[in-house]
Ligand binder design. Structure first.
Ligand SMILES: Nc1ncnc2c1ncn2[C@@H]1O[C@H](COP(=O)(O)OP(=O)(O)OP(=O)(O)O)[C@@H](O)[C@H]1O
Ligand SMILES: [Mg+2]
Length: 483
């Protein structure tokens, strides 16, 4: 290999610049009293493209923080005089959103807990591993920037469309926002299609809120869950005596939604007889109450949603073709979360803020590893599943940073191998492979409710082989809870 000459100029690509900050250099403040530590961190970070400011003690540091903005603070825990922990309240007062990583000596676990309670995000122990320090710094800065982006994006979306609670910056979501803004003012029927948990109801509400009907009711009705007879009276209302239990007359939801929007949810599983009735109302916006003799005319905008593919349902004879075309005037497709992973950090930051406030705790953040695991996961339950995952993390975490262990098992399950490798760099390959195998088997057994035959079929191995592996790897086996 030819030797590198000193004259080689290293040109950094601004987009992939190693400080992970695009074309703007991240600015880091380091407060540490030991000159040797200041020097080595300064050298490391400068070489990696960061801009570094050094402070030898707390007062200088506070002074700098009062006058400049930084992207991250590295703070020594054991400064002479006032310790790093003593300084934390004043630092967070000066720059409440500044990510802080504490530098600690070996064996100061108690203090670390205090520091994290007082607002530090993470800690690194002396002697540190350069790669880990850099990864932690980049992770904290990236997360902080995602949070900022959520705040800015919300402001922008609010100004533009008043989409207050909808988060997304991926191309398909931005296109969707534009279409929503375009179709909202009209009275056209909208069909929302997308997997469960992708945000169909949220978008339906946004369409209503951005329409001239916003001050009139938005009326959701789950057309898939209600039995046909009940659905008919729910939607059209009934007169007194229309059926045995109809002791009073009652307005239907079409009437309640007059002037506003009726949201027909889960339309794909609605019965055939109801489909015929709905079709008639959609054609002329007129209907009769059950047992009634007079036609009622309403001005209602219809938004329908489904998580089953309506075209397939039409092809299979489960959904009327004429109704499909009536509903499919403007069709919006909500993309699954796995196809727009760049929205994950943004959604996570949005829900972290929301659930921290709701639970009255200081704003929680995700550990870098937890976010990485979430980026790798496929999210079959889409945004709803992600929201539940964050809510759970916020409720269960006792410190500011939510560790990967607090993610649900189905989320961490798919990334066993990667996280094991990162956590245990000193383990032999053989032990790692065994550990991975052990966890995969334990995970599958739990999913199969400890039905070993089912698990063996899943792995495409004989039951006897699975049994041997369970014994050899000491996989915990519980009693079968289901046959
Ligand atoms: N882009 C988004 N930004 C913020 N929150 C979102 C977004 N998309 C979905 N959510 C949230 O996720 C949850 C599920 O969304 P919603 O109920 O609208 O989904 P859905 O498509 O109607 O699901 P289903 O088909 O299961 O009824 C809600 O709490 C909603 O607020
Ligand atoms: Mg829904």
């Amino acid at each position: 290999m030819p030797e590198m000459t000193e004259s080689i100029e290293i040109v950094r690509d601004p987009v992939s610049s190693p400080n992970g900050n695009g074309d703007k250099r991240s600015h880091i403040l380091l407060i540490d009293d030991e000159a040797a530590i200041r020097d080595s961190i300064d050298t490391l970070l400068t070489l990696e493209g960061f801009s570094v400011t050094l402070a030898p003690e707390g007062t200088t540091g506070l002074d700098l923080l009062a006058r400049n903005e930084y992207d991250l603070l590295l703070l020594d825990l054991s400064l002479p005089g006032e310790s790093g922990i003593d300084l934390l309240p004043r630092i967070t007062e000066l720059q409440p959103r500044l990510p802080i990583i504490m530098i600690t000596a070996f064996g100061t676990v108690g203090n670390i807990v205090d520091a994290i309670r007082a607002g530090a995000e993470n800690f690194i122990q002396k002697p540190w591993d350069n790669e880990k320090l850099l990864a932690d710094i980049r992770g904290a800065i990236a997360r902080h920037r995602a949070e900022d982006e959520v705040i800015q994006l919300k402001r922008a979306l609010k100004q533009r469309y008043s989409f207050e609670n909808i988060v997304g910056k991926s191309d398909p979501m931005l296109r969707l926002f534009d279409t929503v803004a375009q179709v909202a003012p009209s009275r056209s029927t909208v069909l929302l299609q997308g997997e469960s948990g992708t945000g169909k109801e949220l978008i339906a509400k946004a369409i209503h809120a951005n329409s001239p009907r916003r001050d009139r009711p938005f009326v959701p009705v789950n057309t898939g869950a209600v039995p046909s007879e009940l659905l008919e009276s729910t939607l059209f209302g009934h007169v007194r005596g229309a059926f045995t239990s109809a002791v009073n007359s009652k307005k239907g939801l079409f009437e309640v939604a007059h002037g506003g929007t009726l949201f027909l949810d889960e339309i794909g599983t609605m019965g055939m007889d109801m489909q015929a009735k709905i079709l008639r109302v959609l054609q002329d916006r007129r209907f009769m109450q059950l047992g009634g003799t007079q036609e009622i005319q309403v001005d209602v905008r219809i938004i329908a949603a489904t998580n089953v593919n309506l075209q397939n349902a039409v092809r299979e004879g489960r959904f009327r073709e004429d109704l499909f075309y009536r509903l499919n005037v403007i069709s919006l497709e909500l993309p699954p979360l796995r196809s727009r992973k760049q929205d994950i950090p943004l959604l996570a930051a949005h829900f972290l803020k929301f659930y921290s406030e709701e639970n009255g705790v200081s704003e929680r953040v995700l550990a870098p590893e937890a976010l990485r695991i979430m980026m790798d996961y496929e999210w079959p339950g889409n945004v709803r599943e992600l929201e539940n995952c964050i809510e759970r993390g916020v409720v269960l975490s006792t410190a500011r940073v939510i560790p990967p262990e607090l993610l649900p098992q189905q989320v961490t399950g798919s990334t066993y191998s990667a996280s094991i490798l990162e956590h245990r760099p000193d383990t032999s390959l053989f032990d790692l492979m065994e550990e991975i195998e052990r966890r995969i088997i334990a995970d599958r057994l739990e999913r199969c409710h400890w039905n070993q035959t089912e698990a063996a079929e899943y792995f495409k191995i004989p039951l006897s082989t699975l049994n041997q592996k369970i014994k050899r790897l000491s996989v915990e086996v519980r009693k079968r809870s289901r046959d």
